[in-house]
Design a protein around this ligand. Structure first.
Ligand code: EPU
Length: 339
């Protein structure tokens, strides 16, 4: 196990920001993780766990021991009902590789979450979601190592406190645990979720006659590739902001001023509004400011064209928040972890 000092994090974050970590090391098992945590140099520093680095923006050098999660392996256990299978994945597996595994084994439940960047271990932290499905819909439990004690503990769905892009690991349990495995309950007999309009449109365009897990996954990949920049080519961390939930009364006022405003009811009193629409209305979509900017096809995504400093992206994010607040009276919050 090698511990690197003053190491560049450029290759370890999808924004492609060149920050330096005090220490950098990888772990491929719970034992290796425990060993790292017992190292005196690691102990002296705060810890930052990175999986795919697809949801962080580094704005300064990282005075921490950055630990790269490489715990691999996937196992299946058949459920007694004969209709479901529990799939347990090492937290360092790439999320999309797990999706491909489930397609190969004809197990349903996460096909709509195809091509989401990042690792399996990061998925529960923000309850990843796309195209009408969230991780919590198939989630059963996870195991995590408690940093203070070195013990591996289990969290069931309720204990994870999932919400929209939220979990207990972003709140009271923040920084206290390192997820080591995740268990999902997947179907052998499938119910396909094509409720998200764009999926149905794509399936029609592709003239798909018979629905299958693979057909849905391919439709989702097609939509994502057409709208979202590939982090391997243009640095980004997906949606930079959450879609805000606003009171129905405010939505109705805005609707009278801006009849085109989209909104999806969340409760009888609140509506979720696409942040991408709000940002586009403020004139930011496709804006290029030197090495960084707002993506041309999806205003919710901030991009690094190469060589941008994390602080430039952060400044842009706060200018966007200010202009959306001034125009609509809505406070956007970042979804990406700004470090
Ligand atoms: N829109 C615009 N302009 C834009 C972008 C969006 O007007 O530049 C409006 C359109 O009205 C569009 C609506 O926003 O119909 C919704 O757009 P889209 O389907 O692209 O979804 P989103 O709300 O922008 C969310 C997630 C994505 C997820 C998609 C699909 C959040 C913060 N983002 O985006 O997740 O892939 O739905 O389910 O909830 C991510 O979290 O990184 C991510 C990419």
């Amino acid at each position: 196990m090698t511990i690197h000092k003053e190491a560049s994090l450029r290759a370890y974050n999808t924004f492609g920001i060149d920050a330096t970590a005090s220490l950098l090391a990888e772990f491929a098992s719970v034992e290796e993780l425990r060993e790292l945590l017992q190292n005196t140099e690691v102990q002296a520093l705060p810890k930052l766990i990175l999986g795919g680095g697809s949801n962080v923006l580094f704005t300064q050098d990282v005075e921490a021991a950055v630990l790269l999660n490489r715990i691999k392996g996937v196992i299946q256990t058949e459920e007694p009902d004969g209709k479901h299978v529990l799939v347990t994945s090492g937290s360092g597996e790439t999320w999309h590789d797990l999706v491909l595994y489930t397609l190969e084994h004809d197990l349903g439940g996460i096909e709509n979450l195809s091509l989401i960047p990042g690792t399996v271990g990061a998925a529960p932290l923000q309850n990843i979601g796309a195209y009408g499905v969230e991780l919590k819909d198939t989630f059963v439990s996870l195991e995590a190592l408690e940093i203070a004690t070195g013990e591996v503990v289990s969290f069931n769905k309720e204990q994870c406190g999932f919400g929209y892009r939220e979990s207990v690991f972003k709140k009271e349990a923040k920084g206290k645990y390192i997820v080591t495995s995740v268990t999902l309950r997947l179907t052998k007999e499938h119910t396909f979720n094509t409720s998200y309009g764009a999926i149905q449109d794509t399936l029609n365009q592709q003239e798909v006659k018979e629905l299958s897990l693979k057909a849905i996954s391919e439709a989702v990949c097609h939509i994502r590739r057409s709208k979202l920049p590939d982090p391997a080519k243009i640095g980004n961390a997906g949606s930079f902001f959450k879609n805000p939930e606003i009171p129905l009364a405010l939505f109705e006022i805005l609707k009278s001023q801006y009849p085109g405003i989209p909104g999806y009811p969340v409760t009888p009193e609140s509506v979720k509004v696409p942040a991408g629409w709000l940002i586009e209305q403020c004139g930011w979509k496709g804006k290029v400011l030197g090495q960084h900017g707002v993506h041309k096809d999806q205003a919710l995504v901030l991009v690094n064209y190469g060589g941008a400093a994390g602080n430039d992206v952060k400044t842009l994010a706060y200018e966007i928040i200010k202009s959306v607040d001034e125009k609509f009276g809505i406070a956007l919050t970042p979804e990406v972890n700004i470090i």
